[in-house]
Each structure stands twice: as C-alpha cells, then as structure tokens.
Design a protein around this ligand. Structure first.
Ligand code: FE2
Length: 299
C-alpha cells in the first residue's frame, strides 16, 4: 500500500488525506444503497423536502425550521423512544440521564429543535444547527468549534423502526443532544471541534475523528465501579446498548489514546471495538495532551 503522508486508511480503505481537510459538499439527497425507504416514493419525497429545507436553513444560518411531523413519523418515534428509555434507565451514564430529564424530551412527541436549541443556549451556550444529513467530519466539527451542533430533522423509515443506516432525529435527539446540557461535555466537544477545524493535516483530522468515534459516538465510561454507556451511537440503538456492554463478539478495552487513534472502524456494522474511559475529566486531559502533541494552537 502507498504510505505517503497524504494516504490514510479509513473504513479499511486507502483515502486521500486531503479529503479530510477539504471534504466534498453533497447538495442533493443520496440514500445509501439498500436503504429501507428507497422504494417508498412518499418517503423519498419527504426526505427530499426536508433535505432542501434544512440545508437552506443551515447554509443561510436561519436556525432549525419548525416541522409539522406526519402521523407516520410520530408513530415511529413513539415506537422507538420508550424502548430506548427503558434501556437508558438501566445502562446509560448519569450525565446522560440527568440531561435527558432536564431537557424534558418526551416519548410521545418529536421535539422541535428550535425549542431545544433555545434551552441549550441558555444552559451551555450551545445551539442546534439544522443538518440535511450526515455532514463530513471536518464540516461537522467546524460548526461545533463555533458551539453549533448539527442535527438532522428527518426520521428513519417506518419499516425498520429500530434501524437506520444514517444518523436521523432519533440518533441525534436521543443520543447526541441531551449531553449538550452538561458544561464539561460541551467544552470537550468544542475543543475537539476547534482542533479538527484548525489543523491543516489530514492525518490529525482522522486521529481526532477516531478519538470522537470511540468516545462521543461509541464510548463507554466507568461510573462507581460499573461500565455505563456514554456514546450517542450506542445510546440511540436498542441493539448497540446490550451489544456494547455484554456481547462476547465485542472487545472492551481501557481508553488509551494512542490505541484509539490507531484503531479503524466500520460505521455500517455493529461495533466490535469499545473503549472504556475512566471519566469525563480523563477524556478532557487526554484530548488536551493530544492537541498539544499535534501542535494545534487552540488551547
Ligand atoms: Fe452521531
């Protein structure tokens, strides 16, 4: 394999390191191959409408639009949210549980991001940025550096309420959004954002991406001698919560930054590698040490 500094490996394939720094912009809706909704014309039309609306609101910095959710979208939310809630009560970390409670996200109504964003702004000066879909990592973290968290406003297809091939509102609102109520969490996140937005080096962006993947997205955390779920990707999946904690086909290792940033992953599958952080302050210290070691002038 070509090992020039600009060639990096991600998701098992060689990638151009330059793309990590200047990611492509996708201006039209593209559903993944074999997406559960790809043959449902009404679903695709709805996704296109929400794609265009939220993209315009993002690019014109208008904040989240108010959305009138359909009966089918609400049905999907009402099917998944209570199942997740039950699992959260048992397995989520305390930071998440407290924040979800304070934000009063209910199991019956899909939240309006505008309301949630206003509340977050008062608590931690974070706000929600409407996003048409998954943004490239660097673009995503450029918003976060500026205390805006990009959040989707569409819902997964109703034929598979427990599965989504892309981040949707259930992933975002029941995974990512609640912890934004915590100041230390918000500071950790914005520091990752500032570092990822400032570095000119693709390999450093990739390392920061893996640091966030194995903490913010798929991290576990120790709490009073127990391992609890911390990452949004786990918290928003009824399958990943028990899998991350108990599956014998997955590993759970202590969070060692050098190991984490050298570990590739496959976002399209159930995860096989999990790292357990001893605490949130530990993650903050590790991140600061990494940013210093990389020479990124954001501290
Ligand atoms: Fe996510």
């Amino acid at each position: 394999m070509n090992t020039s500094p600009e060639t990096l490996v991600e998701y098992g394939r060689a990638i151009d390191g330059h793309q990590m720094v200047e990611p492509p912009d996708v201006a039209v809706l593209e559903l993944e191959p074999n997406h559960p909704g790809e043959h449902d014309a009404d679903y695709v039309a709805r996704r296109r409408l929400l794609f265009d609306l939220t993209r315009r609101h993002r690019l014109e910095r208008l904040g989240p639009p108010l959305i009138e959710y359909t009966a089918e979208e609400t049905r999907v939310w009402r099917e998944v949210a209570p199942k997740l809630h039950e699992l959260h009560d048992k397995f989520a970390c305390a930071l998440y549980l407290r924040a979800k409670d304070e934000l009063a996200i209910t199991e019956t109504e899909i939240p309006q991001l505008k309301t949630v964003s206003d509340r977050l702004a008062r608590e931690t000066q974070m706000r929600l940025v409407p996003a048409e879909g998954a943004l490239p990592y660097r673009t995503f973290y450029q918003y976060i550096a500026d205390r805006g968290f990009p959040v989707t406003q569409f819902i997964r297809h109703g034929s598979h309420p427990e599965f989504t091939p892309e981040p949707d509102m259930i992933h975002d609102c029941l995974g990512h959004v609640p912890p934004l109520m915590n100041r230390d969490y918000a500071e950790l996140l914005t520091l990752i954002g500032k570092a990822a937005a400032a570095t000119p080096h693709g390999d450093q962006v990739l390392a920061l991406k893996r640091f966030s993947w194995f903490s913010i997205e798929f991290g576990l955390i120790e709490e009073a001698g127990e391992v609890k779920v911390f990452g949004a990707g786990i918290l928003s999946s009824t399958g990943e919560i028990p899998h991350s904690l108990f599956s014998t086909s997955a590993t759970r290792r202590p969070f060692v930054t050098d190991t984490v940033i050298a570990t590739d992953y496959d976002p399209s599958q159930m995860q096989k590698d999990f790292f357990v952080a001893p605490s949130l302050p530990f993650l903050r210290r590790e991140l600061e040490a990494l940013v210093r070691r990389f020479g990124i002038p954001v501290l």
